[in-house]
Ligand binder design. Structure first.
Ligand code: ADP
Ligand code: MG
Length: 411
């Protein structure tokens, strides 16, 4: 469906055209008309399916022109998502006179205070910093007519529920509330009942399945060979940009250092890095200055990083939802991407829960010419593994030749 069929103002159609959007995505096609009617909407669709425009366009349409505000509040779980959503709103509102601002922690208060005092129509915020500004009476949410809880699942995971509740209580009662999330876990249901008015639910695609365009595989290996395998994978794969996810900040630092020593252009992003460092890493990764970005899972949700050709989970994610989110970093906007997960024996349980969650078996593959040490994980009899008798003999050193095609050559 074309955007002009959705009943949006000309200023918005022009902005969308300027951004190069041709057709509305399925979530946009369904959510925009409902939002324009003023309905409360729960939208669940995979990462990268255009949820931001699905709420931003109808909200800008309804607000129309500059006035006392804020009339729209969008809550986001992380600084990066908040600043990305603000940028998007600014682009969509380019041909209007609406003021869009963002507030998040980790940076000074000055600029945020100035903007709030100057008058904001649309405010994008992370919960903690917004509460600070509210405490100082710099923001009055009583005029909020449109409230968006974006990436609601992640917001709850991060323990923001009490903060979110405090904020929602201060918003105008007569308002439209929209909740967007890649997944809708049961914990969100209470928030929905409490904050929303007979919402319409839109669910695009199977809630749980990773993007269809991503080819994802598991690389079983002995624990002590994880780093070697990672290096071998990076040597072997024809990537343009890789996101590597690690379980801990320490591990992310280690991997960054290791890859630096191996002449990779690499940066890291996690919660111990300052806001400036995180922004530099992200900007450098987007511009191509860094080809590899190592991250803990703060970066795994919603961040719009174009052209990630590969995602590598150095550690198996502990929550199945995180697996779906992480591999959602690649294959955005319909291009294909590959997602590799390095797995050791202790991960068997976590991998089983992921497979149950996405309702399919993930193929186990081996890297050609990699000198595998034996590990019991090779005995688990899953497809693609364990059909070679000698692997069952303990202590046998496996020597490559089990090539199941890890990466397609690109371009
Ligand atoms: P989500 O919030 O669902 O993860 P985003 O709103 O961040 O997804 O959008 C993902 C990417 O797709 C962004 O780069 C966005 O500009 C782009 N995009 C969104 N809608 C369209 C569209 N209709 N046509 C083309 N690209 C789009
Ligand atoms: Mg999003």
């Amino acid at each position: 469906m074309q955007f002009h069929e959705l009943g949006l103002r000309l200023a918005l159609l022009d902005a969308v055209a300027a951004m190069g959007y041709k057709e509305a995505t399925p979530i946009q096609e369904k959510a925009i008309p409902l939002m324009l009617q003023g309905r409360d909407v729960i939208g669940s669709a995979q990462t990268g399916t255009g949820k931001t425009a699905a709420f931003a366009l109808p909200i800008i349409h309804q607000i129309g022109t500059h006035g006392p505000g804020p009339r729209c509040l969008v809550l986001e779980p992380t600084r990066e998502l908040a600043s990305q959503t603000e940028e998007n709103f600014k682009k969509f509102a380019k041909f209007t006179n609406l003021n869009v601002s963002v507030v998040f922690g980790g940076v000074g208060y000055g600029k945020q205070k100035d903007e709030l005092k100057a008058g904001v129509d649309i405010l994008v915020a992370t919960p903690g910093r917004l509460l600070d500004h509210m405490q100082e009476k710099l923001v009055d949410l009583s005029r909020v007519k449109h409230l968006v809880l974006d990436e609601a699942d992640r917001m709850l995971d991060m323990g923001f529920l009490p903060d979110v509740k405090r904020i929602v209580e201060k918003c105008g009662k007569d308002r439209q509330t929209a909740l967007f999330s890649a997944t809708v876990p049961p914990a969100i249901e209470t928030l929905i009942q409490w904050a929303m008015r007979s919402p319409e639910t839109i669910e695009i695609g199977a809630r749980r399945s990773p993007a269809e365009t991503v080819k994802h595989v598991l690389y079983p290996v002995a624990e002590r060979q994880k780093k070697d395998l990672l290096r071998a994978l990076l040597d072997h794969v024809h990537y343009e940009s890789v996101l590597i996810f690690c379980r801990t900040r320490r591990r992310a630092d280690d991997i960054e250092a290791l890859l630096k020593r191996n002449q990779h252009r690499v940066a890291a992003i996690h919660s111990d890095r300052s806001q400036a460092e995180r922004e530099q890493a992200l900007a450098g990764f987007k511009s191509g200055k860094f080809e590899v970005l190592v991250a803990t899972d703060i970066a795994s949700r919603g961040l719009d990083i174009a052209d990630v050709t590969h995602v590598i989970n150095f550690d198996v994610p502990q929550h199945p939802e995180d697996y779906v989110h992480r591999i959602g970093r690649t294959g955005r906007a319909k291009s294909t991407g590959d997602a590799f997960t390095i797995m050791v024996a202790e991960d068997a349980q976590a991998v089983r829960s992921i497979e149950r969650y996405i309702d399919r078996t993930i193929e186990r593959v081996k890297l050609k010419d990699f000198n595998y040490d034996y590990t019991a994980i090779f005995d688990d009899g899953k497809p693609g593994m364990g059909h070679v008798a000698e692997r069952k003999v303990k202590g046998v050193r496996l020597t490559g030749g089990y090539y199941f095609g890890p990466a397609k050559r690109r371009r």
